[in-house]
Design a protein around this ligand. Sequence first.
Ligand SMILES: Cc1ncc(COP(=O)(O)O)c(C=O)c1O
Length: 384
Amino acid sequence: MTTIDLASKYRSEFPLFEKLTYVNSCSHGALANSVKKSFTTYISTLEEKGSAWNDWVTQQEIVRKLMAQFLSAKPEEIAITTSASAGINALATSLNFQGKRNKIITTNNEFPTMGQIWHAQESRGAKVIHIPNNADLTVDTNSLIDAIDEETLLVAITHVCYRNGVRTDIQPIIEAAHKMGALVILDAYQSVGSLSLNVNEIKADIIVGGLQKYMLAVPGVGFMYARGSTTSALIPTVTGWFAAQDIFAMKIDAYQPAAHARRFENGTPNIAPLYPATAGLELILEVGILNIEKYVAEIHSEIRAGITEIGGKVVTPIDSKFHGSLLAVASTDENAHVAALEEIGIITSCRDGNVRISPHFYNNREDVKKIVDGFYKTKSLLKK
Ligand SMILES: Cc1ncc(COP(=O)(O)O)c(C=O)c1O
């Protein structure tokens, strides 16, 4: 086995583990010492300079560069947003649904915000088509591909489903969409920081996500990747001065959006969370996403094997092509189950009848043992 034991190298950076067995990275990442320290850096700009706009605007550019490095993209292809929704909305307002191409093809594994924003465009002429899942909860790739036609403007898909951990087989979908002249937006919130997302390999036109989960930061900073070669004609009408070509031209009689993906931003950046975003990104880049992906796959499989052995039903597909970090365990009462696990120091979360376990590179084999033990102790809540 050649995988590096990442937890033994980095665990001491996460004091939370002195108290808890934390496997809820799908909701919020564990706090790293460097991320904690970054808050102090922000506070010191206030204490020492009062209004440190140069530092703050520079910080936004640092996050942009680091995010571009993480995605193997160009900084000009990255908008720094305040949420995934902010990016999806900016994209929505740049699309015209009045012509023949007005269809949006999507899946039933989307996070609510993805479904809701596209349905909100129905009043502007959009037709939203949902492709039902297969029985094993995976996206029915063939039906989705068949549904993409010359009236399709956009395919809106999630990378990893927040409810059940299903990973969408995105490559054939992206290829089929492009063949038909449609754009693809990928919601990577549940994969960014735990799976590799190289835009030279994943050819989605737009990728959105946030940095509070596997990227180790805090709520308030998201990203939107907009591929230069396919999205440069998209001009959002939800906008603001930080989206203008020259932010400090202070023009009120004209609108000139940035040529850069920054045109998908709007007003003053969310300054404070940019500091933890930087620290989180630096740590993820240091650990290395390919190392994380490999290591987390092993921890995922060991938790799955342990829970299956005690009679639990993992609803997340077993094939590694169809899952990411998150695994979902069927429960007779998911809220009571999460509470019972919390009582014994194990932090999980739940959705849709399942307890969600979402390991990251800081989880070790001791955690695996404690989690399996915890599910054994709460066996009466397992759904067979
Ligand atoms: C897949 C996915 N998309 C989107 C979001 C949240 O989007 P937003 O940043 O707009 O709140 C989440 C948060 O849990 C998520 O899991």
